[in-house]
Design a protein around this ligand. Sequence first.
Ligand code: FES
Length: 105
Amino acid sequence: TKITFIEFNGTERSVDAENGQSLMRSAVDNLVPGIDGDCGGACACATCHCYIEGPLAGKLPEIGEAERSMLEMVEGVTAASRLACQITVSGDLEGLVVRTPQSQH
Ligand code: FES
């Protein structure tokens, strides 16, 4: 599934993400800067914070309780904020655009 990551400075990188993997893992495995995933996807570090906008944002799973409380501790959170480790890649997300925050660069 093609996912495009856009850095705060506008640099774009498209990756072919494996379905069933988390968005965080896809970014880390493809060496996308701006998504670190320090806790390994346990929803405990928020270094996978990203912004997801556009029509495909509606296809994402709802924000869970753990994700919400983690996001409350992060700076620069907006209505588009998600934790990439809590999103599973699937064919439904083809063309998804993910922006990464400046603080993670
Ligand atoms: Fe740590 Fe997502 S990888 S919260």
